[in-house]
Design a binder for this molecule. Sequence first.
Ligand code: DAH
Length: 345
Amino acid sequence: MIERIEELLAAGRAAIEQARDTAALEEVRIEYLGRKAELPNILRGVAELPPEQRGPTGRAANEARKALETEIDARSSKLAAAELEQRLIDDKIDVTLPGDPQPSIGRLHLLTQTRREIEDVFLGLGFQVKEGPELETVYYNFDALNHDPTHPARLETDTFYIGEDLVLRTHTSPMQVRAMLAQPPPIHIIVPGRVYRPDSDATHTPQFHQIEGLAIDEDITLADLKGTLLAAVKAIFGDEREIRLRPHFFPFTEPSVEVDVSCFNCTQGLLEDGSRCNLCKGTTWIEILGAGMVDPNVLGHVDYDTERYQGFAFGMGIERIAMLKHGVPDLRLLYDNDIRFLEQF
Ligand code: DAH
């Protein structure tokens, strides 16, 4: 009997050694220590043995069982650890990878895209980008820009007043004087930013965006203004574009002009189906901005040698440029934040 026990112990050890994984090891455990296995059976039968065999047989069987249990436990921990290791390698996921399907990361708003596009064009022409305060003094917003004390734009119906001397700037033009006070000529700057007027309908929002331009140097003429704007317009609306300057009035430029771009939507004012172009209303020209030569009265607020330095200025609406360029039919679409609209750009 003792011999048989030793055989079982040896066979069990060999089987434990050979088990490749925890499942195989569990089979070994059942085979050698399970309810129907031989070794436990021997243990259970010890009582029926002749008295002199009971002690040695029981002890040997018990020791063999304990030995196998201990070795199974040890091997089991080893195999489990190895299996865990393997699972960690197999299941490795990189939590820093984007999800699948990838969530949309969004995009810049059309107005931001347009502002940046215009900035890029003028940066390429040697202009610098400057920004100014949206809460502006009446002095910079109107007085320094040569607005007569009775100018209608000053009315409370046309301007948001914040007390007596402060307004939400109605245009980006106040930065002309601020920029000139801040540095000596030459100046070549553009000033993008928000501006405010108490209007609200299909073509006006109380807050909108402009880009101001200012160039001050020696020997600047209206031809420089035209050349600069022509280059910018071609970059924005296409190389075939022309511009024309029409006389106009602004308090802070003299002479003042309005600038039109040749229509990019039609031929000779007509669409392909022969109907009148809705963009230029059949005129072949589209108004895009105001401009002019900086008025000497404006330069009078700055300590510049006006015999030596002159300049031009211009101001355009970013909304208008974006709408013209992309055929946006209603200004309010730019502010509704409807993803179906915004996604198109
Ligand atoms: N500030 C004007 C406006 O808001 C636009 C403008 C016109 C700006 C002529 C200029 C300019 O610099 O020269 O309507």
